[in-house]
Design a protein around this ligand. Sequence first.
Ligand code: ARG
Length: 371
Amino acid sequence: MKVNSWNEWGPLKHVIVGRADGTQVQAPEPAIFRDWPDEGYPRGTHGPLPDELVEAANAQLDHFTKVLTDRGIRVDRPVPLDFGKPVSTPEWTQDSMFGCMPGRDVLITLGNEILEATMSYRSRWFEYLCYRPLIESYFREDKEMRWEAAPKPRLTSASYREGFWDEFEALSFDDQVERVSRNDLVLTEAEPLFDAADIARFGKDLFVQLSLVTNRSGIRWLEQHLPNHRVHTVVFGNSHPLHIDATWVPLRPGLVLHCGERTADEALVQYFKVNDWEVVEAAPARHEVAPPLSPCSRWLSMNTLSLDEKTICVEASETAQIDQFVDLGFEVIPIPFWDVAPFGGGLHCSTVDIQRESQFEDYFPKRYGRF
Ligand code: ARG
């Protein structure tokens, strides 16, 4: 057993796959806006996702697990908590937690290090506990593993802009994107905050998205913590930026998939081009919107898991995306996963790679602008 992963495409040997058990529509909290009256959860209410949905999602997660283990990949699963229970720190109480389907949000492997993110939702403050039995066993088995956790955030009212959601949700799409471009969003800079899924790993270069869950201070903390990496702050033309893995997806050295609808900064695109990377716009997503109760967008079509540079797991109904990957020379493994979306994401979100054959490499020898 060895913790080692530097990028998103090295041959995958060991991975965590999440579970749907007990996932909640979170109780109201300053960082989150939820209003799903048609699904029985109007603004202000909270409670468990229906049992039928949990069963359907777990069946797909178990099938995905089997596909991976049949290929000789070791798969571990987190241990759910009783997410419906209230939690508190000395400074606040939150009426419920969330779940443990998208481990990608909580943990990131960088070389031999597993880093626990701060998170920025009170409902996700304790989620790391679901992964601790696994992390403890890795720490015992691999004497070289580094186990790190970012500073636990306080998440008091000082970390959030008061009245943000009423103001923001009343804006037009263009005005929302404009506020995103200025990073005038729900998080203040009171303390470092980031979700691990806002980081895309390209060897030495890490691209970290400023988002509804990641602030500048969080990225500054990452820069200081990872002195051997180049840590780049990126923003896309996205009205609700939340995790980079349906926006800017590394596929193999020299190839990145971009969600065209979410415009990229010209300097970012040029940085890739001068370093001989091709930026390819993702094929149209199959669905108009994500399924009921999902906090995600239809661009889960791009939320893929690479098994190596030539082999990629893609959601089975995303036929245009599958065809595009085949044209780009990939072997595609279609995985039915749409029922998992209400639990927090797609194939990339639901996984955390623990071991990929990979080394610390510099794929961007040339500088461009601020990059
Ligand atoms: N927020 C992204 C979107 O809707 C989905 C990515 C979710 N990623 C994750 N790691 N949970 O486009």
